[in-house]
Design a protein around this ligand. Structure first.
Ligand SMILES: [Mg+2]
Length: 203
């Protein structure tokens, strides 16, 4: 039986969904970025699932617990749903080499710039990464997306000076710039996507 694979708009969290105020662990410090809900609603209208892919070293550093992260994510997902843009998944990596919190001091294939979170999202949600978009605000986002084989990689940098990030296909300063250029995802190819082999060794 054929399985169908769907495209996704994969979103980094801090600096993309919410302004990066530094290790945000509570709704009180969680400020949604301007234009976010216009973007995700447009993406859903164009046939994309919405998936969050986020490093959360704040857990390994002891700024907030993994349970607090889950509570914040549940609140965030409810806001998305209330705004008509249900999330298909939230994937996070709590690990950091050298971190203080017991159990979290290690490298991980899931920690960006490694592609593990994206590959797991694709596997568990039947995503077609060859028709998907990754939006992030760090070079490590672009590296992870490229290593996972995500077709389109968009880097958002509010300031005027863009650093050279070779893995980015598109550089934007505001979310509305991506909203304006989104078009319906091709619905022609529902075959199993070709997935690029990870370029980063598994840890
Ligand atoms: Mg970020």
């Amino acid at each position: 039986m054929n399985r169908s694979y769907v495209p996704a708009l994969l979103l980094d969290r801090d600096g993309v969904i919410n302004y990066d105020h530094g290790y945000v662990g509570t709704p009180e410090r969680f400020q949604f970025c301007d234009g976010l809900f216009d973007l995700v609603n447009r993406a859903i209208d164009c046939g994309y699932r919405i998936v969050v892919i986020t490093n959360q070293s704040g857990i390994a550093r002891g700024y907030y617990s993994e349970a607090e992260f889950y509570r914040l994510s549940a609140w965030m997902a409810q806001v998305f749903a209330d705004r008509g843009a249900a999330l298909s998944g939230v994937f996070h990596c709590p690990y950091l080499p050298g971190a203080q919190m017991p159990g979290y001091d290690r490298d991980s294939f899931w920690r960006k710039p490694n592609p593990g979170m994206i590959l797991e999202a694709a596997r568990s949600l039947d995503l077609d990464l060859t028709r998907s978009i990754f939006l992030g605000d760090q070079a490590s986002d672009m590296t992870a997306a490229a290593a996972a084989g995500v077709a389109k990689r968009v880097l958002i940098r509010p300031e005027a000076s863009f650093c050279a990030v070779t893995e980015a296909d598109l550089l934007i300063r505001r979310l509305s710039e991506l909203t304006d250029c989104l078009r319906p995802a091709s619905s022609q190819d529902t075959r199993a996507p070709m997935r690029a082999k990870p370029r980063v060794p598994r840890v």
